[in-house]
Design a protein around this ligand. Sequence first.
Ligand SMILES: C[S@@+](CC[C@H](N)C(=O)[O-])C[C@H]1O[C@@H](n2cnc3c(N)ncnc32)[C@H](O)[C@@H]1O
Length: 336
Amino acid sequence: MPKLKRPSNDYGSYSSSELCLSLQNNSFRNFGKRALDGTFNINCINSNLDAPSLFYDHPNGEIWIGDATAWLKTLENESVDLIFADPPYNINKAEWDSFESQEDYIKWSLLWLKEASRVLKSNGTLYICGFSEILADIKHPALKHFEGCRWLIWHYKNKANLGSDWGRSDECILHFRKSRRFTFNIDNIRLPYSNHTLKYPTHPQAETSQYGDKKNGGRLWTPNPLGAKPKDVIEIPTTCNGMNEKTPHPTQKPEELLRKFILVSSNPGDIVIDPFLGSGTTAVVSEQLGRKWKGCDISMEYSFWAAKRIELVQRKSVQEWIQFDAKNTERRKSIR
Ligand SMILES: C[S@@+](CC[C@H](N)C(=O)[O-])C[C@H]1O[C@@H](n2cnc3c(N)ncnc32)[C@H](O)[C@@H]1O
């Protein structure tokens, strides 16, 4: 396992036995709060990952320790609104990230994907993260469990390129839909229009345009007051050590990225799950946005960081989170 870098905030690195001892002695001192919102299961060392056990229980969610497929099998048919899955990529990033072969990885992926499809409601969505060269192998066989899929690109500009190959500046996210009628709250993630569009806000479509309506003498297009439609390339920086949300997890996803998917593909009160919860980003963002959440991971250390993040979640209304992200996007643009 690569040496974990220590971030600016204090998440610490622990073994399972150290963690259990601290939980039994309450030596983490409630993370500076008077009382915790959730409860830890202090008999938590789980040697059998095929029988997942509840590690942290919260009024809005649960964190389980165990194997993702085994955990998904414990969930009811069509009981979940949204699944965000950021599985191992099979690129040796950590000890949990290597498989005997790409064929083994694909077989393993199809096992959890089949369960993911079973637990999703008919209007539900599954997002899967990965590098394009890996997801390309998964998309076609996975489609037998879903009605359709869109390919999204997460583009970042803040990663150093130290190798002598094409520098990586993106990861991909497959958007699988269980049926054609999937939840898609487009207004929650609209984007500002470009300056050019705003300069000519109302104009007829050209006759030759596929949107021109000759019978009605040319349909007028006006900008949507809530903004432009979201695009399939999403630019958000990767998490880095200066950020308050950063834990020592080696592949932590940014909260801002998760906010897009949870806002567009679920409603307040819906159930959002993550079978590879890691440091808890999906659960944290679900908690911020008033969704119910559940997650599972094989690591107690990561699950502890996830629970700590949940306990320290910042409270804002959904609209305030949307404005918070819009301001951050503007700020990044203004300093380029
Ligand atoms: C790419 S990371 C997820 C990171 C997460 N999205 C975050 O923001 O922190 C993948 C996670 O899957 C977990 N994992 C690996 N194999 C697993 C399995 N069979 N079942 C459940 N979790 C597993 C790893 O411990 C790791 O935390």
